[in-house]
Design a protein around this ligand. Structure first.
Ligand code: SF4
Ligand code: SF4
Length: 74
């Protein structure tokens, strides 16, 4: 059961498609993430998701105007 929960959590964590990300100076996806799970090391660089902080709310997926935050890796 614990393994299944961990798997569900992994699948719910989105990722940033760097091919679509525009590296906005002010990342709108970061702005909506209440758990500060989207990390952007430098302004103008694509952010990445810190899976240990992400709780899979998907707010960032709809907030990114370029569709750069994705849920499925396939
Ligand atoms: S994730 Fe979206 S909003 Fe954030 S920097 Fe990339 S393109 Fe811009
Ligand atoms: S799914 Fe929610 S918690 Fe995870 S990075 Fe996106 S906005 Fe943050």
């Amino acid at each position: 059961m614990v393994i299944q929960s961990a798997k569900a959590q992994t699948q719910a964590v989105p990722y940033v498609d760097v091919g679509l990300c525009q590296g906005c100076v002010k990342c709108e996806a970061r702005a909506v993430c209440r758990s500060k799970a989207l990390i952007q090391l430098d302004p103008g660089e694509p952010p990445f998701v810190d899976a240990s902080r992400c709780y899979g709310c998907d707010l960032c997926v709809t907030a990114c105007p370029f569709g750069a935050i994705r849920l499925n890796r396939n």
